[in-house]
Unconditional design. Structure first.
Length: 329
């Protein structure tokens, strides 16, 4: 994928694939594979937030984990700051991981219930030897203040906090090693609606303060529009469309993006009654045996013969607006 901003790219993903083998029988022979991520390419520019949206099970979280090498990709390259992470040996990757962090979806499951907040936030610094003694304590207190938590709470355990507070602890932990890139894996989907905006605002403030770069994974299109500069739309392991936020929301080219956006509620009843809803029929096909050609063709209202015959190229339809569709103008 060529882009005029290649020189600004902090992260470049090239033809990334993540297939999980399926084994059966006594001899545990491989009988197939789950095509969770199946050949995607995109860039994340330094200091921006790229939103990655799609239905549950489309491969968004797997993409984030494969980028951070928590899963070893089946194929493809992940080039971070001019270094291909896929080719790094274990020790080299361990050192590089200081610059790449993750905020997990579930603030209840991602924090060790047997560790205090102090231990949780301090652990990355101890593992990577970035601070010692009193310096660790000062840094933990500073990080808790950054995420608007009282440093006096450092001796408490995760179960003593609300969901929003736990997610703030997770954010403090992610910031402990002063990373430049953070994968935000649906960081607000498990939180109350009243708390979601607070966490998103906090992420934006921290981004501005530390020049952070985010890959923001979500299925809430309105929240993605608020926080992201560009948005990629994913379906069944493949990116269908990628464009500047306003361009994508005002002029979606792919039928799947159009269907997703038609389902987003808008606060104007008159405008809402005038717009055309796109209702998708059928279920999402299995990633074990995805459709030939275009992945979306089995549910696409405008599919033609060519859609089953060949997989559409991920092409630049207009400057900065990429789409994978034979029929998109």
């Amino acid at each position: 994928m060529n882009s005029q901003n290649t020189n600004q790219a902090l992260l470049r993903v090239e033809d990334l694939k993540m297939h999980f083998p399926i084994y059966r029988g006594v001899l545990q022979r491989q009988v197939g594979a789950v095509h969770a991520v199946d050949g995607i390419s995109f860039e994340v520019h330094r200091g921006e937030t790229l939103g990655l949206v799609g239905e549950s099970g489309c491969g968004k979280s797997t993409t984030g984990r494969a980028i951070l090498q928590l899963y070893k990709p089946t194929a493809g390259n992940v080039i971070f700051d001019s270094v291909d992470l896929v080719s790094l040996k274990h020790e080299e990757m361990r050192k590089t991981r200081r610059k790449l962090q993750m905020i997990f979806q579930d603030p209840y499951a991602s924090l060790n219930p047997r560790m205090t907040v102090y231990d949780i936030v301090a652990e990355p610094m101890m593992v990577h030897n970035t601070a010692v003694g009193k310096e660790i304590q000062e840094r933990v207190e500073h990080l808790l203040e950054l995420v608007n938590l009282n440093p006096a709470f450092a001796s408490r355990y995760p179960h003593e906090f609300s969901g929003g507070q736990r997610q703030r602890i997770g954010i403090a932990r992610a910031l402990a090693l002063q990373p430049s890139f953070i994968v935000c894996d649906e960081p607000i989907s498990a939180l109350d609606v009243s708390i979601q905006a607070q966490v998103v605002n906090l992420l934006e403030e921290l981004q501005e303060q530390f020049n952070l770069t985010y890959l923001f994974i979500a299925h809430d299109l309105s929240m993605v529009r608020h926080i992201s500069k560009r948005v990629a739309v994913m379906y069944l392991g493949v990116i269908m469309e990628l464009a500047d936020r306003d361009d994508l929301y005002h002029s979606p080219l792919h039928p799947y993006t159009q269907a997703l956006l038609s389902a987003v509620p808008i606060p104007d009843p008159i405008a809402d009654s005038r717009r055309r809803r796109v209702i998708l029929e059928g279920d999402v096909p299995s990633p074990v045996n995805p459709p030939s050609g275009c992945r979306f063709r089995t549910r696409c209202p405008i599919a033609e013969k060519i859609c089953a015959e060949s997989r559409p190229d991920f092409r630049e339809a207009t400057p900065g607006h990429f789409v994978a569709c034979h029929l998109a103008k």
